[in-house]
Ligand binder design. Structure first.
Ligand SMILES: O=P(O)(O)OC[C@H]1O[C@H](OP(=O)(O)OP(=O)(O)O)[C@H](O)[C@@H]1O
Ligand SMILES: O=c1cc[nH]c(=O)[nH]1
Ligand SMILES: [Mg+2]
Length: 212
């Protein structure tokens, strides 16, 4: 598994405001959207392309186009939905599938309550969107579901990741042949006793959707 914490002053600037407890929901949504687009630029570095030739007004030019089958973007509801527009701005022709997952705040176990994905993902590159990688249980379950349907390459885009979650994923998919990448704006310090990322940004779903 590869982890990339994107080191860029604009990412750090936007993340700082996102963390700030005084940031209201509309601003939080806008910043999350902008951050995803910046992270997506790095996360799609290995997106598959094929050679293509176009005619310019003057002559032929060799270039590339996105390969087939096209990439699949999978936001994990609810909080991952706040990352979808930022991602599809960069990959407008990607197909979008949905996973609804919720972490039980007592046991910290993830449960899947909705699945709307293509049955066969063989040969597909998948981009999973979830702002918080905490214990890693949610993302591990999502990646397993994609692999079970034949996906052969998964990149997760997270706004924040905890070292515990990264380690959990590393162990869960140890020996897997398929590439797994995690692209994040920052790897934070650790989890607290309630499984929240510190310093973190609180409950991403609640902050996106105005619960607080
Ligand atoms: O790494 P984990 O310990 O599994 O925790 C991370 C998950 O928790 C949050 O979702 P939550 O369950 O709160 O659902 P929500 O998106 O509906 O708020 C977050 O968006 C991740 O999906
Ligand atoms: O810090 C955390 C951990 C899980 N889910 C969140 O929204 N925030
Ligand atoms: Mg939540």
């Amino acid at each position: 598994m590869q982890t990339l914490a994107v080191d860029h002053p604009l990412v750090a600037h936007k993340l700082t405001t996102l963390r700030d407890v005084r940031t209201d929901s509309p601003t939080f949504r806008r910043l999350a959207d902008e951050l995803v687009t910046l992270l997506a630029y790095e996360a799609t570095r290995d997106v598959r392309v094929t050679p293509a030739t176009v005619q310019t007004p003057l002559t032929a030019a060799e270039g590339v186009q996105l390969a087939s089958p096209k990439p699949l973007v999978v936001p994990i509801l609810r909080a991952g939905l706040g990352m979808l527009d930022g991602m599809t701005r960069l990959l407008p022709t990607a197909e979008v599938g949905f996973l609804g997952m919720i972490r039980d705040e007592g046991t910290l176990q993830a449960q899947t309550y909705a699945t709307r994905l293509p049955e066969n993902l063989s040969g597909r590159q998948c981009y999973v969107l979830d702002p918080m990688l905490a214990t890693g249980g949610t993302l591990a379950a999502a990646i397993k579901l994609l692999f079970d349907r034949g996906a052969d390459d998964v990149t997760a885009i997270c706004l924040l990741a905890a070292p515990e979650g990264l380690k959990y994923l590393e162990q869960a998919f140890e020996g897997s042949d398929a590439p797994i990448r995690v692209v994040t704006a920052a790897v934070d310090s650790h989890l607290n006793e309630q499984g929240f990322i510190l310093p973190g940004l609180g409950d991403a779903g609640d902050r996106l959707y105005g619960v607080v």
